[in-house]
Design a protein around this ligand. Structure first.
Ligand code: R5P
Length: 284
């Protein structure tokens, strides 16, 4: 039998997955010692197969995941499957400067030590799956991003803010069933300073859905929206798999005049309208 154990930041998705798979959900406890150290535990876990669901949205979430993997093994699990709905540090997948770490590899190695199998949702680059041992399974949730879009989009364009996300935009368009696709070019100057060079796609009076894997600071999206508005766009909808929405991203995007922001429950935010639970369940 299987029991699901959730990290503190993935409780809604873990519950949805338990319903989807019709398996039980263990109680998990998340405590902190006076010196700041964490203690995540699954006191009533008693099964031979565990699915630990934890988005590593912070360094604490990483530690918590390692502790839960260890706790269920200690409690007798023969198989520990780890579901990383959002893989933190996944974007640092190369040593970009001399002396820098490949952080994605470092965290993947640590997580692999406690897992027989790892699944992750739409990693920034699929190659990060190879940092896990055995190689992690990447689940593509992009097709689900069409679900909350209004069905009256006016002559829609599905746009990615950079060439790397064009396939994602195409997947959303295919799932929506109608519309053109295009992409902008992006140059990143710093964590929050990005420069968007538009394509010559005609967006005047048309509804545009800008699709990306992650919205982090919102800089990529807000620059894209500003370029679209200069060209007389109709409504602008933003969609992403991982709504990280760090710092003041929501305010920044609201001020940019977007109609709506949609994301999935890989990261639990008020705009996590789409659940990836059915996509994960197909692989569990
Ligand atoms: C990077 O290439 C990703 O696909 C996203 O475009 C990026 O993470 C978004 O970051 P931000 O919201 O901080 O601009």
């Amino acid at each position: 039998m299987t029991t699901i154990v959730s990290g503190a930041d993935s409780q809604t998705l873990a519950a949805a997955l338990a319903r989807e798979l019709d398996v039980s959900l263990a109680t998990a406890e998340y405590n902190r010692f006076p010196d700041g150290e964490l203690l995540a535990a699954a006191p009533d876990f008693d099964d031979d197969r565990a699915i630990v669901v934890a988005s590593t949205v912070s360094s604490d979430a990483h530690i918590e995941l390692l502790q839960l993997q260890d706790a269920v093994r200690e409690a007798g699990a023969d198989e520990v499957v780890t579901v990383l709905p959002y893989m933190g540090y996944g974007r640092q997948d190369k040593a970009f400067e001399a002396g820098h770490p490949i952080s994605a590899r470092a965290v993947a190695r640590a997580i692999s030590t406690g897992a027989d199998r790892v699944l992750t949702v739409t990693p920034h680059e699929e190659a990060v799956c190879e940092f896990f041992e055995p190689t992690a399974t990447a689940i593509d949730a992009a097709g689900r991003l069409a679900e909350p879009l209004p069905d009256d989009l006016e002559d829609p364009v599905f746009l990615s803010p950079d060439a790397g996300a064009i396939e994602l935009a195409e997947t959303v368009r295919d799932a929506y069933g109608d519309g053109e696709t295009d992409y902008f070019e992006k140059k990143r100057h710093s964590g929050t300073d990005v420069e968007i060079t538009p394509s010559d796609v005609d967006v005047a009076g048309r509804d545009v859905v800008v699709a990306d894997d992650i919205i982090a600071t919102g800089s990529t999206m807000s620059e894209s929206v500003s370029v679209l508005q200069d060209r007389g766009v109709g409504r602008v909808f933003l969609t992403c798999v991982h709504p990280l929405l760090a710092d003041n991203a929501v305010t920044k995007l609201s001020r940019a005049g977007v109609e709506a922001i949609y994301g999935t429950d890989t990261i639990e935010r008020p705009m996590s309208d789409v659940s990836v639970a059915p996509s994960l369940a197909e692989h569990l």
